[in-house]
Design a protein around this ligand. Structure first.
Ligand code: FNR
Length: 180
């Protein structure tokens, strides 16, 4: 299965980006994961949505070609970071490439609640008519205190979290294949 990861942090040392790359490496036998960066995505502007910049067209083409999407979100001020919302706005207009495409949400934060508020908001947003993405439920991945769970090479070292991810990824792949 071909999956793209959309990561809501553009900082160099992002834990959420590390998580996406960890998943890419660990499950390479099971899924083909491309990790997308939102760093060069321009701000959404309705004035230019019909002649969108090349960066937007390239981003949307990658999402369109994927069988499923892994959303990896930090939590900013109790919600989804602006870069993630910006990406969703582009995806929701003109060529609505997310409609019917299955998704899973994960997230990591330094706080104990592991992005629970951001993820609840993101779930709601992904059900909006321009996105309308079926979402895996019952496999919520909230990684709290994330700064204690990765080593300097970007490996997730928390055994319990890794074991849980193993189960969640299997559940996701089994569920998502119904939509392909
Ligand atoms: C945060 N952080 C944060 N953490 C959290 O658990 N709940 C929150 O509401 C917020 N709010 C927040 C706002 C802003 C503007 C920043 C910069 C940070 C801390 C956040 O969890 C931490 O910076 C993570 O490391 C961000 O994810 P990445 O960039 O490491 O992927």
């Amino acid at each position: 299965m071909k999956v793209v990861a959309i990561v809501g942090s553009i900082r160099k040392e992002s834990y959420n980006m590390q998580l996406a790359h960890f998943i890419q490496k660990r499950y390479t036998e099971k899924l083909e994961l491309e990790v997308l960066s939102l760093k060069d995505l321009p701000m959404y502007n309705q004035d230019i949505e019909n002649e969108a910049p090349q960066e937007v067209l390239d981003f949307k083409a990658k999402v369109k070609a994927a069988d499923a999407v892994l959303w990896v979100t930090p939590e900013y001020n109790g919600t989804v970071p602006g870069v993630m919302v910006n990406a969703i706005d582009w995806l929701s207009r003109v060529d609505k490439v997310m409609i019917g495409k299955p998704s899973i949400i994960m997230g990591a934060s330094m706080g104990n609640l592991g992005t629970v508020k951001a993820q609840l908001h993101l779930r709601d947003i992904l059900f909006s008519p321009g996105i309308n993405s079926p979402l895996l439920s019952g496999n919520d991945v909230y990684i709290g205190a994330v700064h204690t769970k990765f080593d300097a090479e970007g490996n997730l070292t928390d055994e319990g979290t890794v074991k849980f991810l193993d189960v969640v990824i299997d559940n996701f792949l089994n569920w998502a294949k119904k939509y392909i």
